[in-house]
Ligand binder design. Structure first.
Ligand code: TTP
Ligand code: CA
Ligand code: CA
Length: 421
């Protein structure tokens, strides 16, 4: 098979109710019970950020307060995210995410971690290798439990379609569908290895590019995987809101919907590439034209470690910082947190940052905010410690506030250009 960028087998693995699974592993008594993980803020029992599937079945959802969850489900357990320096400390979840990624990494060098609990894998090479060594009649429902194919009632129907069409149908890219099936078989084995070695369950989406793999990953959960054959893309797009697609969830997506007066992915197919280019711009027009046809050429990047290390603090409403003392305190806390994480990163990955970017939002008057961002390149003799980070950040912040007394509502520290120490 040709390995063009159009015929890859790309997978998104996403952990099921991740923070809950981490808590259940640390405290096995929680297993099988309804649980939700809450964020530190004690108001009304804390904000829920993860809900396990037992609790979901009882009507508990993310964004409820802990107290509401208790109303819905009195026996629910609510472990909370630990707190350090006045903010959430997610070290244990981050470490668990890394533990999973280390297992995934064994199956392909093309692994791209996308968030704390997600990674893309390009397994095209592994699929081709297996296709050479097996008789395709070995592909059966039994070798890939909990697998679904979009557009089919059962996986067996998809398998039988793939064997029947044998490449004589225009719409049906049989060769690629076969690769996806073999991909699903391999992904079953990958997920099994993750479970065996870490105790965590995950779900997966299997398609020919990142955007589509991500779209179908969440369709069957937990502990399940979903294949998207190319010929089912239009079925998916018929009812899929544009805003659900990666890169279209934010302002750009709003702009697209407004300029073109559309809401669903399927509606985009009525526009020519030229039309899209003239209503948006050349680059975005082409990108949209392609994705409207299920084409996304972005490769899976081999990347285990994040490109930058950052931490932030929202200080909305009453917690907005108005005096220099409390501003200094928060900058120092964030600086110290970054120092800890950089130390860990230096130990694990032998990297040091060459640049620091500080972003912040200031409230100028009621309802009027301004955001800005300043960077500082470390000098060779700068010490990489919280005190220095905080001092530099304060300089940058005061400099951009131009003498007026700032009311700070958001601070973000990012360490960039992480290069071998
Ligand atoms: P998600 O993958 O969005 O959700 P999930 O893993 O809890 O559940 P699902 O089975 O539906 O995938 O997020 C991963 C973890 O990130 C989640 O367990 C908690 C954390 N998280 C937050 O801290 N804040 C948030 O707003 C979201 C969405 C997630
Ligand atoms: Ca998840
Ligand atoms: Ca996720």
């Amino acid at each position: 098979m040709e390995t063009t960028r159009e015929n890859r087998v790309v997978v998104l693995i996403d952990m099921d109710c991740f923070y809950c699974q981490v808590e259940e592993k640390l405290n096995p008594e929680l297993k099988g019970k309804p649980i939700a993980v809450v964020q530190y803020n004690p108001w009304k029992g804390g904000g829920i950020i993860a809900v396990n599937y037992v609790a979901r079945a009882m009507g508990v959802t993310r964004h409820m307060r802990g107290d509401e969850a208790k109303d819905k489900c009195p026996e629910i357990q609510l472990p909370s995210v630990p707190c350090h320096r006045g903010k959430a400390d997610i070290t244990k979840y981050r470490d668990a995410g890394k533990e999973v990624a280390r297992v995934l990494q064994r199956f392909t060098p093309l692994l791209e971690r996308a968030s704390i609990d997600e990674a893309y894998l390009d397994i095209t090479a592994a699929v081709q290798h297996r296709l050479k060594s097996i008789n395709t009649s070995a592909i059966s429902v039994e070798v890939m439990p909990n697998t679904f194919a979009l557009g089919y009632e059962t996986l067996a129907e998809f398998i039988s379609d793939v064997s029947r069409f044998g490449g004589d149908c225009m719409e049906f890219d049989c060769e690629h569908a076969m690769s996806l099936l073999v991909g699903a078989w391999i992904v079953s084995e990958i997920r099994e290895a993750v479970y065996r070695e870490t105790g965590y369950q995950c779900s997966a989406g299997i398609a020919h590019n990142k955007i589509l793999a991500k779209l179908v990953c969440g369709m069957n959960k937990p502990n399940k995987q979903t294949v998207l054959p190319k010929h089912s893309i239009n079925l998916l797009y018929k009812s899929l809101p544009i805003k659900k697609v990666k890169h279209l969830g934010g302002k750009f997506g709003d702009h697209v919907c407004q300029v073109l007066s559309v809401k669903l992915m399927g509606e985009l197919q009525t526009f020519t590439e030229r039309e899209l280019q003239s209503r948006l711009d050349e680059k975005n027009g082409t990108w949209l034209y392609n994705i409207a046809r299920g084409v996304d050429l972005e490769p899976v990047q081999a990347r285990f470690n994040p490109k930058s290390i950052g931490c932030c603090k929202q200080l909305r409403g009453k917690s907005a910082l108005t005096d220099l003392m409390s501003l200094k305190k928060w900058l120092r806390d964030l600086g110290d947190e970054i120092e800890d994480r950089l130390e860990k990163d230096a130990l694990e990955n032998n990297r040091n940052p060459k640049q620091m970017v500080v972003s912040f939002s200031l409230q100028l008057s009621e309802g009027r905010d301004s955001s800005s961002s300043r960077s500082y390149n470390f000098a060779p003799d700068d010490e990489l410690c919280g005190e220095i980070f905080a001092a530099k950040a304060l300089e940058l912040l005061l400099d951009s506030a131009e003498g007026c007394r700032p009311k700070v509502i958001f601070i973000l520290f990012q360490m960039k250009k992480l290069i071998d120490a």
